[in-house]
Design a protein around this ligand. Sequence first.
Ligand SMILES: Cc1ncc(COP(=O)(O)O)c(C=O)c1O
Length: 420
Amino acid sequence: MTSLSPAALALPHDELRAQFPSLSLQVNGHAALYADGPGGTQTPIGVMQAMSGYFSRDNANTGGPFATSQRTDQTIAAARREMARFLHAARPEEIVFGQNTTSLFFALGRALRRMWHEGDEIIVTSLDHDANVAPWTTAAEDARAVVRTWEFRRENCTLALEDLEAMLNERTRLVAMTHASNAVGTIPDVAGAVRLVRARAPHALVVIDAVHYTPHNPVDVQALDCDFLGCSAYKFCGPHLGILYGKYDHLDRLEAYKVRPSSKKPPGKWETGTQSFESIAGLSAALAYLAQLGGGGDDPRAAMQAVREYERSLTSAFLAGAAGVPGLTIYGLINAASIGQRTPTFGVTLAGWHARDLAAKLGEQGIFVWDGNFYAVDVVNRLGLEDAGGLVRIGFAHYNTLAEVDRVLGALTALAFRRP
Ligand SMILES: Cc1ncc(COP(=O)(O)O)c(C=O)c1O
């Protein structure tokens, strides 16, 4: 079995984990093991304090001529700057806050469809969470545009660029793809896809769903050259809050659905109603928490490189150990050489076990994993796993340890010999 060596993280693991009250939970006499991060990560104490601090010191609506309202304005402006830095956006006005990624994508879809016409084409993928499918397919339906699906390759759950290339043309208006699959962990070549789109489909915009990618890797919207990108703070140790990045010119030019008195300029025109200011305060605290992990000062993007390196050691350990678990199938990339093209999220089945029963058995031992399709409906459907209850998803985050990976593997091995 492997030993704990979190070499790439600047903070020792016991110090890091001590910042998460929930990590000391006990279940049936077992220490809780959170392998459910792809559904939402745990929250460090600094985020909780920032949120309650907002309520005790700063609570007010925006734009007023008094102290608490001014502090709320400052809180939002600071979070917008920090989030722009985290995604490497060119300016803070390219960051839009909202309830969650799904809602922000639906709002964007309503705006985009005003520019689409009958016979225009949009492309979605079968590897995506439905939050990056339905907003565009419903908008396409309204505009009588044609929906085309970029199918993932079943043998390794990857998206091949040549398959996209064959679908791009002058009529393509949108390509929506994932930065990382929340079901099987695949990281497709997004930068390569954007280059192809620019070369072959001059009227197309590219939307990236980075909800699952962001907790595991640094994001760089300028290097990707994508038009829009969504992510959710509750997947990277923050509160329940969605973030939409858009190139400023697009956010400015597109017509958003909004109330009359609201700002006509981005980001205000995209932020409908009153925001969750306490969550925006919590977002800043989450970014400050992440920044500590890199040892490179206060830069959370540098920290995410350290997170990526550390998590690769978890991936290697899991893949190596999983090969010895009888009847365990991992869907997606499993070779040591492809570790850079996946997150530490594993969609698995265990022979003889329905996904829900296996997740429940692990849950009894304090090991938290999700089962089903996780809204990645086409992934489970294309893999033919609906009757088996879908996949069991074992998803590690930077606060997990190699000892925890070993514990999951040990539990799976024991259950492999104890079929229901
Ligand atoms: C890959 C991916 N995209 C989108 C979403 C939806 O995010 P939200 O809950 O912020 O709408 C999720 C949530 O699980 C996800 O994993």
